[in-house]
Design a protein around this ligand. Structure first.
Ligand SMILES: Nc1ccn([C@@H]2O[C@H](COP(=O)(O)OP(=O)(O)OP(=O)(O)O)[C@@H](O)[C@H]2O)c(=O)n1
Ligand SMILES: C[C@](O)(CO)[C@H](O)COP(=O)(O)O
Length: 233
């Protein structure tokens, strides 16, 4: 079988409102390198990824070019796309711009800079077999379902609960269909898999790593710095 053409879509067009940094969190420095540079370098170095479609805020084109793409000699970013109002919309705008040859798309948050390169490989290989794979880790915490008054309603069996991350990897046609159906139904989800689930398609979990954290609030940057130090030791 010929090698599939793999397009990565990295979304980095959010407001980072929970970070309260005054600058998009993807351009904050983590171990002397912008968060987004860490993320892009993992994809740059993965031989199975053919191109990266990078979705960014309109106001961030200059900072992205000057602080990330040029200094870190990122070559795989073939298209820069202006993001939308939600993560889902940003992803769809990116999806529309992937290379026509794309067989598989691998979606990722720009704000997850510590993704492991072996995770990308496992996702891509898993998608050849299952058409849809997502990275997740077993929940370490007991999770409660609560009502609007913060009264506990139910405690689901923890062995069935997994915390979902990115990357998430799909056959191109499947993900495109899932996004189009979500638009048609005015459905907005918090990850791509939710849209594919609505097509009743099976999604296979790839067990990931707890340290693939999303930089969301200020303490995440401190945690990420510590994780990098631990890895380098
Ligand atoms: N309209 C949006 C919203 C989010 N994202 C991206 O989706 C990823 C996950 O989103 P999240 O961490 O929630 O980022 P923000 O939306 O920026 O954060 P917040 O909710 O705190 O504003 C991030 O890499 C973010 O840049 C995007 O490209 N476009
Ligand atoms: C897709 C995601 O990374 C899964 O954990 C996450 O849902 C995106 O972040 P958001 O904070 O919900 O936008």
């Amino acid at each position: 079988m010929p090698k599939p053409f793999v397009s990565a879509i990295i979304v980095a067009a959010g407001n980072g409102s929970r970070m309260k940094a005054g600058v998009n969190k993807q351009y904050l420095y983590l171990n002397s390198k912008p968060v987004l540079a860490h993320t892009l370098l993992v994809f740059e170095e993965c031989q199975l990824v053919d191109e990266v479609v990078l979705v960014i805020g309109k106001q961030d084109v200059q900072i992205c070019m000057e602080e990330v793409i040029r200094p870190y000699k990122i070559k795989k970013v073939k298209v820069l796309v202006e993001g939308g109002a939600t993560r889902q919309e940003s992803m769809y705008l990116g999806l529309k711009k992937v290379n026509k040859k794309a067989d598989i798309v691998i979606t990722h948050d720009g704000a997850r800079p510590l993704v492991h390169s072996n995770t990308l490989i496992k996702c891509i290989e898993g998608t050849l077999e299952h058409k849809a794979t997502i990275v997740a880790v077993p929940s370490k915490d007991t999770i409660k379902i609560v009502d609007e008054n913060l009264t506990v309603k139910e405690t689901p069996d923890r062995t069935t609960l997994w915390t979902v991350q990115t990357p998430q990897t799909f056959e191109y046609n499947l993900l495109m269909r899932a996004h189009e159906k979500a638009i048609e139904d005015h459905f907005v989800g918090t990850d791509d898999a939710m849209l594919v689930e609505r097509l009743n398609h099976t999604i296979k979990i790839i067990k990931g790593h707890y340290d693939n954290i999303k930089i969301t609030t200020p303490e995440d940057l401190i945690m990420a710095e510590s994780i990098i130090k631990m890895i380098q030791r």
